[in-house]
Design a protein around this ligand. Structure first.
Ligand SMILES: NC(=O)c1ccc[n+]([C@@H]2O[C@H](COP(=O)([O-])OP(=O)(O)OC[C@H]3O[C@@H](n4cnc5c(N)ncnc54)[C@H](O)[C@@H]3O)[C@@H](O)[C@H]2O)c1
Length: 268
């Protein structure tokens, strides 16, 4: 297990108060890391986050409020991180905007408005880049670090419209294109940073979850399961091992890859 040990390591995790943020935080803390967690000032408090904090102790987990589009807020978070924990060893770029079905808001592809495209691209691509600049800079100075960008199965394949055609709306719901386009761009950004920062000891990889179970309607789940070689959606526990692998010395010669954690969804 020493290969996967993160004792004494400092991790930064964005999007900490969303659905997957606490999953990554638990995985890192279970392996011994301390976590500097960040989320937008508008993200509501999360009981699960407070629970993790009380389980591991407040000196091992800290929450900062910062918009990943604001360089100023990121820089003040970085100052606090240095005071509280010191320079980071791990960065998980998890904050992002997804575009699930929104009742009453559907468009044909030729009519999709700008506000359903640009914010997603800006947060998911530029936001992750800016966080990598601000916190990755500390890793470059130290000569080591592991950055993990959270992608998606839709970075690799188009959404299958058949997964959504039971949703009643007019025009029929189509999963907006900006989400997959932003995640595909994030994969290339991953390769770019991996190639340019490898000689400075900083590894950069992507982890692309498939659909994670929770909150989807039954019909969607049935269709999604049928479409997935392993026959089910991802559970939280499926995501933790791959993250710890990429964060730890177990992946010391791995950089620039996308690790799909999708039950084989993108294999056929
Ligand atoms: N849940 C899934 O099934 C799934 C599947 C594949 C990939 N992903 C990816 O995993 C990541 C987390 O997904 P999730 O399901 O937890 O999403 P979520 O919407 O529950 O959480 C996203 C978090 O990011 C934060 N965020 C958004 N914009 C921000 C900004 N400008 N500055 C700072 N924080 C901001 C939000 O406040 C939120 O807490 C995303 O990148 C998503 O694309 C999720």
């Amino acid at each position: 297990m020493t290969l996967f040990d993160l004792t004494g390591k400092i991790a930064v995790v964005t999007g900490a108060l969303g659905k997957l943020g606490p999953v990554w935080i638990e995985a890192l803390m279970d392996s011994g890391a301390s976590v500097y967690a960040m989320d937008h000032s508008s993200a509501p408090d999360l009981a699960r986050f407070d629970d993790i904090k009380s389980r591991y102790g407040p000196d091992k987990l800290r929450l900062a409020r910062a918009d990943i589009l604001s360089r100023e807020e990121l820089i003040s978070a970085r100052e606090e991180l240095l005071e509280v924990f010191g320079p980071p060893d791990i960065l998980v770029n998890n904050a992002g905007i997804d575009q699930p079905p929104e009742p009453g808001r559907s468009y044909t592809i030729d009519q999709i408005p700008e506000d359903m495209f640009l914010p997603t691209i800006t947060v998911n691509v530029f936001g992750a880049f800016q966080v990598s600049q601000v916190f990755g800079g500390l890793m470059l100075k130290k000569g080591s670090g592991s950055i993990i960008n959270i992608g998606s199965l839709y970075a690799t394949v188009s959404p299958d419209p058949g997964l959504y055609d039971h949703i009643r709306c007019d025009p029929p719901f189509v999963k907006p294109p900006a989400y997959g386009a932003s995640k595909a761009a994030l994969l290339n950004l991953t390769r770019y940073l991996a190639a340019h920062w490898a000689k400075d000891g900083v590894r950069v990889n992507a982890l692309s979850p498939g659909g994670v179970a929770g909150g989807q309607d039954e019909k969607f789940k049935q269709k999604f399961n049928r479409r997935t070689p392993m026959g089910r959606m991802a559970e939280e526990a499926d995501l933790k091992g791959p993250l710890v692998f990429l964060a730890s010395g177990a992946s010391s010669y791995v950089t620039g890859v996308n690790l799909p954690v999708d039950g084989g969804f993108t294999a056929w």
